[in-house]
Ligand binder design. Structure first.
Ligand code: FAD
Length: 437
């Protein structure tokens, strides 16, 4: 596997960038490009760490296709199907849903992505009983390689739906997404720096952290035995509110400002990293608050970093963290960024990192000015021993041959791709690497 696979490729320089305003324009652009033998990629917010949206052909930004198209009737349980334009950013989507008394069931840790980008890479949050964004999709409208506008769902072109709802845009350009949303709710958050040993001790027990709370994640600071732990439990809307001033101080000054400062310091003076990490891990002190779900799930991220994330069986978390710890102690690698651990329910989506297995996500980060390849390569080798599946939008070095063994329905995804895009209108260097030519 070659070194350059870590980096964005030089082909991120498109021949044409277009901003279509509706499906008809998307279809016309796809037909025009296909007729000239030019490749097409859609881009969302461009927040992936890989070159998955890059192209030297036509780049379609769907920023202008961002309306709430339809809000269906609510069920007695309060869930409701909502159809949105594929380019809508998650932040605006949440605001629009909140105004209608609705919310997304689960989210990741930022709200900057587009809905189509988030589902196409398998973006996820945390919660052992909850799936990622693609699991919340009920139907999609997309423009296929021959320029047709097609409606897909579990009952309409179900195979195409599978590849479209999580397939890096290889099925076509998604123009609308129907999401299953839930009645608006609040999250009661408890955050604290805890001894890593205490967090890991009963992690997966029936009455342990992960199963007795709705959304659990923790950030282990390398070179320390501390884990900043975030536990969120679902509550019906209408309770007491977040102390916004306190959250602003914690998120902006301590999390973003503090992390910028510590990573810059450690980038210059690596010997300080263990001490700095110990201070940083303790700086975010215990806090409890309650707020609308999207305000708790997400927070601003202003620090630049590189990230690799692997999905592994939850029982592998303890051995994997021990292996990473041993490696860091042995090599003395300078890592001033925490390692994030999250959880998700198994799902049935062909290319989901949580396909047919309960899942834990372990994400390693590195400061943008520090070397990352040796660290990520070592962790990637450990993940291989645990049947790890890399996040499709984050750094990794695997190719189709490695991935085939890790996804039971990989062959089905390739079969659908061959059928709907035999000329590879929607291919780029990244999809060629991970799915083959
Ligand atoms: C600070 C930060 C925090 C993050 N946090 C999380 C997290 O908590 N959880 C997590 O799982 N990931 C996380 N990620 C990764 C991120 O969610 C994914 O990489 C996501 O895909 C980015 O969305 P985007 O809109 O920027 O998509 P892009 O990066 O623009 O595109 C992603 C893929 O989707 C395709 N695509 C985009 N739009 C369309 C369309 N309309 N039709 C067809 N294909 C399309 C692109 O071609 C590309 O292959 C984070 C990334 C950053 C930078």
């Amino acid at each position: 596997m070659v070194w350059r696979n870590w980096a964005r490729t030089a082909s991120a320089d498109p021949e044409l960038v277009a901003r279509p305003v509706d499906d008809a324009e998307v279809a016309a652009l796809v037909r025009w490009a296909a007729a000239r033998g030019t490749r097409v990629r859609a881009v969302g917010a461009g927040h992936s760490f890989t070159d998955c949206a890059a192209t030297d052909g036509v780049l379609l930004s769907l920023d202008a296709i961002d309306r709430i198209e339809h809000v269906g009737p609510a069920t007695p349980g309060g869930s409701c199907e909502v159809r949105v334009g594929a380019g809508i950013r998650l932040g605006r989507l949440c605001a629009e849903l909140a105004a209608r008394g609705l919310a997304l069931e689960n989210m990741g840790d930022i709200d900057q992505q587009s809905i189509a980008g988030a589902i196409s890479t398998g973006t996820h949050g945390t919660g052992a009983a909850f799936g990622g964004f693609a699991a919340q999709v009920r139907a999609l409208r997309l423009v296929t390689a021959d320029g047709e506008i097609v409606e897909t769902s579990a009952t309409q072109h179900p195979d195409l739906f599978e590849l479209a709802r999580l397939g890096l845009g290889t099925a076509g350009v998604i123009t609308a997404v129907t999401l299953s949303t839930v009645r608006a709710f609040e999250l009661e958050a408890y955050e604290a720096p805890l001894p890593l040993g205490d967090v890991l001790e009963s992690l997966l027990d029936d009455d342990g952290l992960v199963r007795s709370h709705d959304h659990v994640e923790f950030y282990w600071w390398p070179h320390t035995d501390l884990a900043h732990t975030k536990i969120n439990d679902r509550r019906s809307a209408g309770g007491h509110r977040l102390n916004r001033a306190r959250r602003l101080v914690d998120d902006e000054l301590l999390a973003n400002g503090g992390l910028t400062l510590t990573t810059e310091l450690c980038s210059m003076l690596g010997a300080l990293t263990p001490v700095v990490n110990n201070v940083a891990a303790r700086a975010l002190t215990e806090r409890r608050y309650r707020a609308p779900s999207h305000e708790v799930f997400t927070s601003p991220r202003r620090v630049r970093f590189r990230e690799m994330e692997y999905a592994i069986p939850p029982t592998s978390v303890v051995p994997v963290l021990a292996e990473i710890d041993t490696w860091l102690r042995r090599t003395g690698e300078n890592v001033p960024f925490p390692i994030e651990v999250r959880f998700a329910a198994a799902d049935d989506i062909w290319l989901s990192t949580a396909h047919r297995r309960e899942t834990a996500y372990v994400a390693v980060h590195q400061a943008r000015r520090l070397p990352f390849a040796r660290y990520f390569r070592a962790v990637e080798a450990m993940m291989a021993e645990h049947q790890g599946r890399p996040h499709w939008g984050k750094l990794h070095r695997l190719g189709a041959d490695d991935l085939r063994d890790r996804y039971p329905r990989f062959g089905d995804a390739l079969r659908v791709r061959d059928a709907v895009d035999p000329g590879r209108v929607f291919a780029n260097a990244y999809t060629t690497r991970v799915f083959g030519p």
